[in-house]
Every structure is written in structure tokens, then in C-alpha cells.
Design a protein around this ligand. Structure first.
Ligand code: NAP
Length: 283
């Protein structure tokens, strides 16, 4: 049995839909079974589970041999994942597909990368067979910027840095392959979009597809921090996002790979198609 975590979220829901479309049965661990069952996905068995509740993890993992492990974007992802993996090992799970992040590693200068790096280390030192997916920035992050886009200007402290933003549907395709085919054990896949783009390119594509001018203004990190704090975001998250944008500005995440086509067996979605698929959200 395959267990999915995070399956009401951005990547996880795309993965659940893909497995359902392919007629693959799976169990999905969710915090609210009633809400998730309303998604009405064929082949899904919903189980109540919370990363903070070890007994619920034991019940969710009972009879499972393969896991898609995605932790929410919270502080100290590595601790949540280590607790989950300790229980998974005790329950006899054999294979783990872990959603890590671009640039993950122990000594890197961004905390999300450090946390994901810790989980990668755990997996390398464990008895599990595993595959690590390191996706680049999600195109879907732009859906959290709709109010800036509606007002016509993207304010981001990312300079003219470029990275191959990836659509979560493509990450899901790679994860689905790993969970259902053999030969991916021990691999680390950098999952990227088809081409490196910066916020100037993003603004130009939004302008072209939406038919109205969207500007990009590179702002100082301190100004971005003040604005995010004013919006009520927690300080640790504000700093973590600024660390990632600093990495983008320095072109530290620019490598383009063919993982989506080679492993996900599909043509990677480009930004133009992503924006066209979400026009209603940006209108
Ligand atoms: N955004 C990026 O550009 C980017 C790039 C690379 C890697 N990543 C990594 O991607 C991951 C986030 O993926 P995402 O955007 O798909 O996440 P998301 O949309 O925020 O979804 C998070 C999922 O986790 C579930 N969840 C939250 N708290 C939980 C708990 N205590 N117990 C069990 N489930 C819980 C949520 O369920 P509910 O419905 O119950 O809330 C939801 O299904 C992070 O690890 C992040 O570091 C992100």
C-alpha cells in the first residue's frame, strides 16, 4: 500500500489526482477526513493523521510499504519528518519518496534547505530505499501574489536572478513514477521547469497573457521584510523567504534538468501555459 502525506496541499493533491486518474489505489493521510473525502478521488482511502500526533501516524502507516513524505512549510521540517520516519521504519515501510527542495544541504545559507538537508541525511543513513525530489521554486507560488499582480506590480527582492520555476503538476508526475515503477531507489532528482526565468520574465509573461501591464520592481530585502511582517507573517517565515530570494538573486538555483521529461514522462509545463491555466486567479 502507498501512503501519501500532504495530499490536500499543492503538490500532494496533484499527486493524488494523478494516481486516481491512473487507477492506482492509495491511502492518503489527512487531518480532516470529512473535508478530504469530499474531493471524491477514485481509489483513495482517507485516513486521519497529524504529524503532531504519533499514534495517528502509527495507524496511518499500518500495512504501508511505500510512502510519499511531504512536510508542510513550517519551522523545523526535519524534526517532523524524523518522527514520521522513525514510526515508518517500525511499521515496516520499505521505500520513501521525500519532497525536499532545490539547494538542500546541511551547510547551505537558507533554513528550508538546511531542514530538508537534515531529512536527506536521515534517509541516507537509514535502512530505507528512498528517492529524493528537489523541486525548484513552484510556479504556484505566484498564486500567493495575486493581489500584487491584480494591482499591476510585483515587488520581490530577487534582482535579475533566474531559476527554472516548476509547476507542481510536473513534480507530481515525477513522484507518481517513483511510487509506481522500480529503478529510482537511491536517486536524487532536481525537478525543474523547462527554462530559467526571473521576475522580469514572469512580469513579461503575465503582461502578455493577461493583456495588461504587470511590472517587476526589485526591492531591498529589508523593505520586503517590513511589508511581510506588516501582513502578519511570522518572523521566521519572513526571514526564510528572504534567504530563498537572496539565493535566487545570486543565481544559486539556476540549473535546468530533464527530470520531468525523463522520469515524469511528460513535457514540462512552461510559465505561459501555467498563467493561461490560472487566468481566473490573476484577473
Ligand atoms: N513553494 C516552493 O517554491 C517550494 C519549493 C521547493 C520545496 N518546497 C517544499 O514543499 C513543501 C510544501 O509543499 P506544498 O506547497 O504542496 O504544501 P501545502 O500546499 O502548504 O500543503 C501542505 C499539506 O500538509 C498538510 N499538513 C499541514 N500540517 C499538517 C500536520 N500537522 N499533519 C499532517 N498534515 C499536515 C496540509 O493539510 P491540511 O489540509 O490539513 O492543512 C496540506 O495537505 C515544503 O516542504 C516546502 O519546503 C516548496
Amino acid at each position: 500500500m502507498i501512503l501519501l502525506t500532504g495530499s490536500t496541499g499543492s503538490v500532494g493533491l496533484s499527486l493524488a489526482k494523478l494516481l486516481s486518474q491512473r487507477g492506482i489505489e492509495y491511502r492518503a493521510m489527512v487531518r480532516d477526513v470529512a473535508k478530504a473525502s469530499a474531493l471524491d478521488l477514485a481509489g483513495a482511502e482517507w485516513v486521519q493523521g497529524d504529524f503532531q500526533d504519533t499514534e495517528s501516524l502509527r495507524q496511518s502507516l499500518d500495512g504501508v510499504d511505500r510512502v510519499f513524505l511531504l512536510a508542510p512549510p513550517v519551522e523545523n521540517i526535519d524534526r517532523i519528518e524524523a518522527t514520521f520516519l522513525d514510526i515508518a521504519a517500525a511499521c515496516g515501510v520499505r521505500y520513501v519518496v521525500n519532497l525536499s527542495a532545490v539547494g538542500a544541504g546541511l551547510g547551505v545559507p537558507h533554513r528550508f534547505g538546511q531542514w530538508h538537508g537534515q531529512t536527506e541525511k536521515y534517509l541516507r543513513e537509514s535502512e530505507f530505499d528512498f528517492t529524493i525530489l528537489r523541486p525548484n521554486f513552484f510556479m504556484q507560488n505566484l498564486l500567493t501574489m495575486t493581489s500584487m499582480i491584480q494591482q499591476g506590480t510585483l515587488y520581490v527582492p530577487a534582482g535579475e536572478g533566474k531559476a527554472p520555476f516548476v509547476d507542481v503538476r510536473d513534480i507530481a508526475a515525477v513522484a507518481a513514477t517513483c511510487l509506481t515503477e522500480t529503478g529510482h531507489e537511491g536517486k536524487i532528482y532536481d525537478v525543474t521547469g523547462p527554462v530559467s526565468i526571473g521576475y522580469s520574465d514572469i512580469a513579461a509573461t503575465l503582461t502578455h497573457v493577461l493583456g495588461r501591464t504587470i511590472n517587476y520592481v526589485d526591492i531591498p530585502a529589508e523593505a520586503a521584510k517590513a511589508s511581510m511582517l506588516e501582513m502578519g507573517m511570522p518572523a521566521w517565515l519572513v526571514d526564510a523567504l528572504n534567504e530563498l530570494n537572496a539565493g535566487l538573486k545570486e543565481n544559486r538555483f539556476g540549473l535546468v534538468t530533464n527530470v520531468v521529461s525523463e522520469v515524469g514522462h511528460k513535457i514540462p509545463i512552461d510559465l505561459d501555459s501555467f498563467v493561461r491555466d490560472h487566468v481566473a486567479s490573476f484577473a
